[in-house]
Design a protein around this ligand. Structure first.
Ligand code: NAD
Ligand code: LMR
Length: 337
């Protein structure tokens, strides 16, 4: 049988924390499957090149059978040449006391030039996931600079929030995390996001009903969702920064692997969450990069249609979308869009 052609993956910020956690899982086949060879192009700024080169040496020492080639660059047009998948991680992380939106001025300028380079030199089937914060608006900036690439190929990571929600629910309803379905993160990857369990099930049972059973009825469940679950998930990034002393790394890398894996290979277990360009679904203004319930169909994200959104969820989604509009207007005013 002919060997499969390698997929070219470009990773920015390859010398940083998340980059280091990602590389070994990509090279092992966890992201694109156990029979897909990978070429890795690592992009760094000059100060980060040595760290990326060190990671490349360690990749060689790991003798991954699927890893066909690794190259380190400090030039975007070289790094994105022929890329099929781009992981845009390279950006400054926030520190204690900051919100992710505070990074707009520090990081926004990175994504226009990278979007333009992707437009100029990436492969026709390029898929992009932005991890660097504020991820949704950075994806919007990158997409705006890549007019020849369909906007739906630019996404931002909210799978980490989705996975955090699964973790919290599994612990509360005492069900293995793999048995939970139907959770959605709506809106921005920020403290305003709306984690929604109205349609969730655990091993086939309704999560709202299980919560009501455990928490003294529907009112107890509602209170737990509003006062504990939603803020815990939405502010988990800050909790990790407080406890670890720096922002999430292993879980962020793992969620990035999940996002690309499902985008390329499908979502047989039902929808997941990803920030994708809005087509106006659920009242989210067209063009914003917002998190939705998404299925992966034939290698493309499709927003799951027809889910009932109650008043509580509607208010939560609207608040997060209002923040996305503010971020879009702020980057427009900065000349980044
Ligand atoms: N969306 C999410 O769920 C999520 C989760 C965790 C972290 N993040 C974000 O991911 C980003 C990276 O986090 P980290 O912990 O790896 O940070 P880090 O500081 O350890 O690494 C960032 C790396 O990016 C490099 N870099 C900076 N500008 C670059 C550019 N223009 N091109 C290429 N590389 C560049 C830096 O040299 C550095 O090596 C941060 O913005 C962080 O807030 C997002
Ligand atoms: O919260 C942060 O600043 C990092 C990341 O976006 C996270 O959610 O952990």
């Amino acid at each position: 049988m002919a060997a499969k052609k390698p997929i070219t993956v470009t990773l920015t910020g390859a010398g940083g924390q998340i980059g280091y956690a990602l590389l070994f899982r990509i090279a092992s086949g966890a992201m694109l499957g156990p029979d897909t060879p990978v070429r890795l192009n690592l992009l760094e700024i000059p100060q980060g090149v040595r760290a990326a080169e060190g990671a490349a040496l360690e990749l060689q020492d790991s003798a991954f059978p699927l890893l066909s080639h690794v190259e380190v660059y400090d030039d975007a047009n070289s790094a994105f040449a022929g890329a099929n998948v781009a992981l845009l991680v390279g950006a400054r992380p926030r520190t204690a006391g900051m919100e992710r939106g505070d990074l707009l001025t520090a990081n926004g300028g990175i994504f226009g030039p990278q979007g333009a380079a992707i437009n100029a030199v990436a492969a026709d089937d390029i898929r992009v996931v932005v991890v660097g914060n504020p991820a949704n608006t950075n994806a919007l900036i990158a997409s705006a600079h890549a007019p020849d690439v369909p906007a739906e190929r630019f996404t931002a990571l909210t799978r980490l929030d989705h996975n955090r929600a699964l973790g919290q629910l599994a612990a509360t309803v005492d069900t293995p995390v793999g048995d939970i379905r139907g959770v959605t993160i709506w809106g921005n990857h920020s403290a305003t996001q709306f984690p929604d369990v109205a349609h969730a099930t655990a091993a086939g049972d309704s999560v709202p009903a299980l919560l009501a059973h455990r928490l003294g009825g529907p009112e107890g469940a509602r209170r737990w969702l509003a006062e504990q679950f939603i803020p815990r998930v939405a502010k988990r990034g800050a909790e990790i920064i407080e406890v670890r002393g720096s922002s999430s790394v292993g879980s962020a890398a793992s969620a990035t692997i999940d996002h690309v894996h499902d985008w390329v290979l499908g979502t047989p277990d039902g929808w997941t969450s990803a920030a994708v360009v809005s087509d106006g679904s659920y009242g989210v203004p067209e063009g914003l990069v917002s998190s939705f319930p998404v299925d992966s169909v034939d290698g493309a994200w499709r927003i799951r249609q027809g889910l009932e959104v109650d008043d509580f969820a509607r208010r939560g989604i609207e608040a997060s979308v209002a923040e996305l509009v503010e971020e879009r207007d702020a980057v427009r005013a900065l000349g980044l869009l």
